[in-house]
Design a protein around this ligand. Structure first.
Ligand code: SF4
Length: 154
């Protein structure tokens, strides 16, 4: 009997993982020039819709993916943290571009040297700015991660 229950739980996990990875609602937290590549990847040529992630939401409460796009300075860091806190579980974060990931070449007193000092990050995308293909690859990595996670029912 316990074997059957285990089988059912595994199947439910797989189904939820599949559903979650193809129904991503992103919140674009766009602060700088990487935003141009975000727009590029969202439009018809690269068509992020193909991956089930085409619909940005501008309320953190309706989003499950926080896309941090561009430079984050210390002044805006508490706002980023607040947006992340307002998102419901399950939630994921992609760091989009080298500035969000490590501060990039803004190695100075004003710039956060990587958003993982403020919030947890699931996938890092390098590049200044990243090519749209890199963004799609990052998204696919996240989808793999989502599908392989234990699926909590919140
Ligand atoms: S990584 Fe490059 S393109 Fe992106 S925000 Fe920083 S300076 Fe701008």
């Amino acid at each position: 009997m316990s074997g059957e229950a285990g089988f059912l739980t595994t199947k439910l996990d797989e189904m939820l993982g599949w559903a979650r990875k193809y129904s991503i609602f992103s919140y674009p937290f766009v602060t700088a020039c990487c935003g141009m590549e975000y727009m590029s990847v969202s439009c018809a040529h690269y068509d992020i819709d193909r991956f089930g992630a085409g619909w940005p939401r501008f309320s953190p409460r309706q989003s499950d993916l926080l896309l941090v796009v561009g430079t984050v300075n210390h002044k805006i860091a508490p706002v980023l943290r607040k947006v992340w806190e307002q998102m419901a579980e399950p939630k994921w974060v992609i760091s989009f571009g080298v500035c969000a990931t490590s501060g990039g070449f803004y190695d100075n007193y004003a710039t956060v040297q990587g958003i993982d000092r403020i919030i947890p990050v699931d996938v890092y995308i390098g590049g200044c700015p990243p090519r749209p293909e890199m963004v799609l690859e990052g998204l696919m990595l996240l989808q793999k991660k989502i599908a392989s996670q234990k699926q909590e029912l919140f």
